[in-house]
Ligand binder design. Structure first.
Ligand code: 6R9
Length: 569
């Protein structure tokens, strides 16, 4: 097969004629799908859940199908309305008000989804955290956001430095005893009323804070508003191609933007059944889930596809995956060989989609009724303008590499970086949102990803800021200096490699390196712990003291070192 392009899938798709839609579409059109277009009153949780719970034909349809080792549960749209109304009442009882930040440090579970929706119903701002976060990561996020309440479990509570967080007034424990200091989720839910008057908000009111890593400084809080629903709904139609009767599975954790925008909002705004899987990755379990739940639309990530690939075709062959109709990917470049594997394994194309925490929703995509070019991220969704620009924000001609940029003002765009207006401003140049990714556009309008312009590492689809890891490394008593890079890896995309300089009196040994690794793992998270470490006599820095990661990377990969004029003596 000619892998330079794969023709459109045959079938009936919500978006049949991309080129035509791109020319004519206007976001004003999309707004007509929502009642708030007339009333002016809006709440994401109403549009995603309550609206369907009020519809006699939909209320008993499964909304959430939860499957984890030892726990299977199905909640209909009315169940989810009731549970989230109850939790919203619990929040009100404990003085949560519109605009308050309520953080969630919880495993994926039905309680997570009920609580998340409950938070939105009060008009408060939800802040989901990865379950894998360790103390430092949790502290940074709760501190910066000024979170007033945290919902967690007794086990995870051990990683919450409560005493160092003066703004944190209350902790709700799921699966724990209530005591003087803590609110018990189960006890409060037992007594909570099922009637809640939803807080109607403005389209521009805050809804969600997702912390993400940059190349410098602490993680930043990307702030999203209810208005994003227009794009979640519309991309759910066009890109995920969601239709009545679909069983949809997004494999992303809600601590990551994909797990909220496309693990909560897009499927439920479109009224489809949403499957959530708990537990760890296993190829056998994943395939079984597809077969058992008869999943039709599946959104995952290259790192997961690569793991399935390496598990071998025999594992796949044991399961019936004919329910699948549409498969998509996000988070990292989708390797052409993975697309080829997908054609063999499922007889379907894997559709790459590009977007970021900051963009809130999909922007450049491969649509089912469009020819795809393996290795390309696809084309801009109707309603947005994408381009390649130079550092001054001037558009570049086809086939020239530059900054991937989006004309500002799309519905799901972040509205702020929490507590950091300067950082927010720095994203915009000459009317363009500059993504930090480099790419080029071919003559036919397809976008091709080249790399990150900053030093952010993408390991197994998780964004890791080298600065965070370096900071943790040098907290170890043996480490004097540290420089961290992403090193290309066939399975994980990149792995974290750390170059360290030891303090006097420390000798390099396997035990010491392992001890340092564990230190980062316990302090930050497992995915932030370096898989490789190398001891150096010094770490290259610029004259202004910035670690020259670019140079470390060139050494590591045996590439020319380029301009080293700023290198410290
Ligand atoms: C949704 C999400 C954003 C960064 C982004 C880019 C990389 C995402 C990609 C991709 C190549 C794709 N990225 N999708 N790279 N092809 N289809 O991933 O958000 O965690 O903020 O990461 O991920 O580098 O800038 P986020």
């Amino acid at each position: 097969m000619d892998m330079k392009s794969i023709p459109a899938q045959t079938g009936n798709y919500n978006l049949e004629n991309y080129e035509e839609m791109y020319k004519t579409f206007d976001w004003e059109e999309a707004k007509k799908n929502f009642t708030w277009n007339e009333t002016g009153k809006v709440n994401m949780a109403y549009e995603a859940i309550d609206k369907h719970a009020e519809d006699p034909d939909k209320k008993d349809q499964p909304a959430l199908v939860y499957s984890a080792p030892g726990r299977e549960e199905t909640l209909t749209f009315s169940d989810l309305k009731r549970e989230s109304d109850k939790f919203a009442n619990v929040l009100k009882k404990h003085n949560i008000e519109k605009g308050d930040r309520v953080f969630m440090f919880l495993p994926r579970s039905p309680e997570f989804y009920a609580a998340f929706l409950g938070i939105l119903k009060t008009g408060a701002i939800a802040g989901p955290l990865f379950e894998a976060f360790m103390e430092q990561a949790v502290r940074d996020r709760l501190e910066d956001s000024g979170a007033k309440m945290l919902i967690t479990t007794p086990e995870l509570l051990e990683r919450v430095p409560e005493k160092e967080l003066p703004d944190l007034k209350q902790v709700v424990l799921v699966g724990g005893e209530g005591s003087g200091d803590y609110i018990s989720f189960e006890e409060e839910m037992k007594d909570a009323s099922q009637d809640f008057d939803i807080e109607w908000v403005d389209l521009e009111d805050g809804m969600l804070l997702h912390y993400t890593s940059g190349s410098t400084g602490k993680p930043k809080g990307v702030y999203h508003v209810h208005n994003a629903m227009i794009q979640h709904y519309q991309t759910g139609k066009w890109v995920l191609d969601l239709k009545e009767g679909d069983i949809y599975w997004c494999t992303a954790d809600p601590g990551w933007v994909t797990g909220t925008s496309y693990g909560i909002f897009a499927p439920w705004l479109n009224g489809v059944t949403n499957v959530v899987k708990g537990g760890r990755f296993s190829a056998d379990d994943w395939y079984s889930l597809i077969a058992e739940k008869e999943i039709s639309v599946w959104y995952s990530a290259p790192t997961a596809f690569r793991k399935l690939m390496s598990a071998g075709a025999e594992v796949a062959k044991k399961h019936d995956m004919t329910s699948l109709r549409h498969v998509l990917s996000v988070g990292e470049p989708l390797n052409p060989e993975v697309v080829t594997w997908g054609l063999k394994a499922f007889d379907l194309r894997i559709h790459d989609t590009w977007w970021m925490t900051e963009t809130g929703a999909q922007l450049i995509c491969n649509f089912p009724a469009m020819e795809i070019r393996p290795g390309s991220m696809g084309k801009p969704i109707p309603g947005i303008e994408a381009s390649i620009v130079d550092n001054e924000g001037n558009e570049l001609p086809p086939n020239q590499m530059g900054n991937l940029a989006i004309k500002e003002g799309w519905p799901a765009q972040m509205r702020a970086i929490w507590n950091n207006p300067g950082k927010f401003e720095s994203y915009f140049v000459n009317g363009w949102y500059v993504s930090g990714d480099s790419a080029y556009q071919d003559e036919d309008g397809y976008f091709w990803f080249q790399g990150r312009l900053d030093d952010v590492i993408n390991t197994s689809g998780e964004r890791v800021g080298p600065f965070e890891v370096e900071s943790k490394l040098i907290e170890h008593e043996a480490v004097a200096e540290a420089g961290v890079i992403g090193k290309p890896d066939p399975e994980r995309g990149e792995i974290i490699k750390a170059f360290i300089m030891l303090n006097d009196g420390y000798e390099e040994s396997d035990e010491l390196l392992e001890d340092i690794r564990q230190f980062v793992k316990k302090g930050l998270s497992a995915h932030a712990a370096p898989r490789e470490m190398e001891v150096k006599d010094s770490i290259p820095k610029t004259r202004s003291g910035k670690i020259m990661r670019r140079l470390l990377k060139s050494w590591e990969l045996g590439l020319p070192t380029g301009d080293t004029s700023t290198l410290e003596e």
